[in-house]
Design a protein around this ligand. Structure first.
Ligand SMILES: [Zn+2]
Length: 112
């Protein structure tokens, strides 16, 4: 692994966090997608991975959801919280995500 990842970041854990649903179409997920593609500098971290179906993952390729006009149904990807999970801390979402997230973000409001 070329990158250090959070403890507990695993394929199974990502699926569990996202309810085994594709973050883009809410269909059954079979794959893990890097929201901001790794080929373009995206991190392999909780905040940049989502469960995705094979079709969406294939269609998305190395594009960002913003470039495709897609939205993340689950909101900002984050490390899972709760007693069942190891507490990994919380970071503010990447401002670049404001383009395709439905939630308000201070950076986006300031830029608008
Ligand atoms: Zn999908």
């Amino acid at each position: 692994m070329p990158y250090r990842t959070h403890v507990g970041l695993s394929r199974r854990a990502i699926f569990a966090r996202d309810g085994w649903r594709c973050a883009y179409c809410r269909g059954p997920a079979q794959t893990i997608d890097h929201v901001f593609p790794r080929s373009r500098g995206g991190m392999h971290a909780w905040e940049n991975v989502v469960a995705a179906c094979a079709k969406c993952n294939h269609t998305k390729g190395d594009k960002t959801p913003a470039e495709l006009g897609w939205r993340l149904h689950g909101g900002v990807p984050a490390a899972p919280k709760g007693q069942a999970w190891r507490v990994l801390g919380h970071r503010l979402p990447d401002p670049r995500w404001a383009d395709w997230l439905d939630i308000p973000m201070p950076e986006a409001e300031a830029a608008a």
